[in-house]
Design a protein around this ligand. Sequence first.
Ligand SMILES: [Zn+2]
Length: 395
Amino acid sequence: MNRRRLLQSLLASAAWLPALDLLAGPRLLGARSEPSGDGLRLVLDLDGPFHYRTFSLSAPERLVVDLEGAGLGAPLASPAPSGPLRGLRSGRLADGGTRLVLDLAEPVRLQAFALEPQAGRGHRLVLDLHPARAPAAAPAVAAAKASGKGRDILVVVDAGHGGKDPGALGSRGEREKDVALLIAQNLARRIDRQPGFRARLVRNVDVFIPLRQRVEVARRCNADMFVSVHADAAPRRTASGASVFALSEHGATSTLARFMAQRENGADLIGASGNLPLQDKDPALAKVILDMSLNATIASSLDLGHSVLRSLGGITRLHQERVDQAGFAVLKSPDIPSILVETGFISNDADCRRLHDARHQQALAGAIFDGLHGYFRQRPPVGSLLAAIREQGKA
Ligand SMILES: [Zn+2]
């Protein structure tokens, strides 16, 4: 359980409520929303005067509202998704305040103002959200407009191992790097066949590529998703089935440390990606923003992983019913949802036979694709063809 989930379950737990009374500051009583022109008005009701600050994050789009020194009067119910708002989450700040995170369907222009008690209403924070064009997404949106449709969702497909690194071995010397490449190539072809999607293979031949470089490929081409394809091995020859891994918080923490170190050295990869301009923020704030972004990416990767695992369950035995979390170097990208799929055990004779079967390779690729397609249908990236199709469906 990561910190955020722990926090959410604590907030949702009634046993925790008595502690709320000990808070001296104002309490947040609830959130309500109403449509407002082309956007949405969100009103937060508090039982006393308060201080607040806001900032926004992208990829995925979020708006953060910190209520300094304010506690929660009751577990906060998220208003139903409407307009640019997809959902509302809350958590405690270290200094006792409350942080609200608004998950957004698109970048917004925010107007926020506090209202004093009046006409039977108490203290309120009003947040007016209107659709805005994010600077980072502007070229894609412009291109979409020019061509009359949205951009392709770019999926970077990484075939595990290669060259001098054979990966796991089967009982007759079968090599993980070979089946991983065949399944990855199948997956890339499947992705490319789907309108609105495009694949890029990290390797298309039997070559050794260091782990760090694989992630760099995804970051350089601004990928929407990174999927690494592998086959497992275990000393216990009976172990079989597929598994899906997402980045763990531990992995994220060490990534954070590395990124912060790079930032200090002036090599601001994150700023360069255009998604997280941190250069002008003070280091402590930059760390908080990056930490939140990593947590959001972990959450996205877990959602993506669940979708792919469910889909894989339709065609193969699952080794684990849950998405596992690990600190694989190949998954450590701070702003791109990433998963690692173990397609089966090459050390298990039955799995190994199937992993070498062309039709099963195709089925695995199809299942992984169905999983990621389902994920992106729910959360189409801004400016993508999928997002345009979704909008047309609403109109
Ligand atoms: Zn592997």
